[in-house]
Design a protein around this ligand. Structure first.
Ligand SMILES: Cc1ncc(COP(=O)(O)O)c(C=O)c1O
Length: 400
């Protein structure tokens, strides 16, 4: 199926009729399906009040759909408010007595670095190694050299938010496991962009949100923890939704959620990854996230991967033709398989991005770079429009 040429499908994304949107790594466009579900839930809430038990079932269904998308099981998934909260919740479950080192990457999104730095400053970790990137990627041998028998966790973003490089997750998990270390993956720029399977890739823990490539809302994310780790991977902090015999577990057993008091003499975590869910969710957001995944699963993830790859090839080819090969930070496909992000260096990125905006083209600017991220809803014409605009802006700058 050619997704981007399907008018019905493009019509699902009203913003496409008013702009050339090439910033799905910043935030994906919400489909009508997602915004309608969210509006309906808000209107229902306004007219009928809280529909708590039904909303809680959306959390259960969100765990199931997310598990399906990553190749895991529902009991391995928890629904949390953001990737950052999810990563902190996972970190609180680490046993840091004999292993007190974390290996991470300068290509990670800041949370997946500063979280570990803060733990070091708080005396919980001894050493945090932040691997430096070379021309947008961290070579596999740098991971190999840094991961050792003292490493508790390897924290890696599957695809870099900045350079767009795709990590060799399978190889990294193999190295980590050889040393007895765990691997936590931020998959925000991988899920729904490239094929991802936690079991195939040996991922121990993962976090991912909805508001980028999944075209869902802000304010929800999922964490995954491999089933055989759950046995003794207990968070240090817990809330009432994370305990054993919590309200969702009661509802699932067809019980009244308040049939018996909650145990207050202990804080026993749920047997499932629900233990990483702390407090009450934003119901409209969870319903929107659920609808976004339903939509993605109905369309099938395979066709999305194909379209993104085509747009990325057109983009790279077009930018090379106008002389930007050397300016590109994103490694070429023969060095790195990449995903859906292409970044190139410019002076004064804000001015560059706002010049593109004036032509109705939306991309992001990051630290003297421009980041372009086409999605399955973009066309070859969108990419061509961007390339011609970039060419004009560069030409104008030269004559200034
Ligand atoms: C890779 C990655 N992880 C995490 C985040 C932030 O997620 P959250 O705001 O849900 O914590 C971003 C935001 O751009 C990101 O690019």
């Amino acid at each position: 199926m050619k997704l981007h040429t399907d008018e019905g499908l493009r019509n699902q994304f009203p913003a496409l009729s008013t702009m050339t949107y090439l910033d799905s790594a910043g935030a994906g466009l919400p489909s009508r399906r997602v915004s309608n579900v969210m509006q309906r839930l808000t209107l229902d809430w306004a007219s009928k009040g809280e529909n708590w038990e039904e909303w809680l079932m959306d959390v259960v269904n969100t765990r199931r759909a997310f598990a399906k998308m990553i190749g895991g099981k529902a009991e391995e998934v928890g629904v949390v408010p953001s990737v950052s909260v999810g990563l902190a919740s996972l970190a609180s479950a680490l046993k840091l007595k004999t292993r007190r080192k974390v290996v991470t990457s300068s290509l990670n999104f800041p949370t997946n670095v500063v979280l570990w730095q803060r733990m070091k400053e708080a005396g919980l970790l001894q050493n945090v190694t932040v691997l430096k990137h070379r021309r947008g990627q961290v070579p596999l041998d740098a991971w190999e050299k840094s991961i050792d028998d003292k490493t508790a966790v390897v924290a890696v973003d599957y695809v870099s938010w900045f350079s767009g490089a795709r990590e060799n997750i399978r190889e990294i998990t193999e190295i980590a496991h050889r040393h007895g270390a765990l691997v936590v993956v931020d998959a925000f720029h991988a899920l729904s962009v490239i094929p991802l399977d936690v079991e195939r890739d040996g991922v121990d823990m993962l976090a991912c949100g909805f508001y980028k490539w999944l075209c869902g809302p802000h304010g929800a994310a999922c964490v995954y923890v491999r089933r055989d780790l759950l046995q003794d991977f207990m968070p240090s902090y817990i809330g009432w939704h994370g305990i054993r015999d919590n309200v969702i577990e009661r509802l699932m057993q067809s019980r009244d959620p308040f049939d018996v008091p909650f145990a207050l003499d202990r804080g026993t975590p749920s047997a499932t990854a629900a233990r990483f869910e702390w407090g009450t969710w934003a119901p409209g957001v969870v319903a929107g996230a659920m609808e976004a995944m339903k939509f993605a699963l109905e369309l099938g993830l395979g066709p999305r991967f194909g379209e993104i790859k085509k747009r990325m090839n057109e983009l790279r080819g077009g930018l090379e033709k106008i002389g930007l090969r050397k300016a590109m930070l994103t490694p070429s496909p023969d060095e790195n398989q990449g995903a859906g992000i292409l970044t190139f260096g410019v002076r004064e990125h804000s001015a560059f991005v706002s010049d593109l905006r004036k032509e109705g083209i939306v991309v992001s600017g990051r630290f003297d770079h421009v980041r372009i991220s086409p999605h399955f809803y973009n066309t070859a014409e969108d990419v061509e429009k961007l390339i011609q605009a970039v060419r004009r802006i560069i030409k104008k700058r030269k004559t200034r």
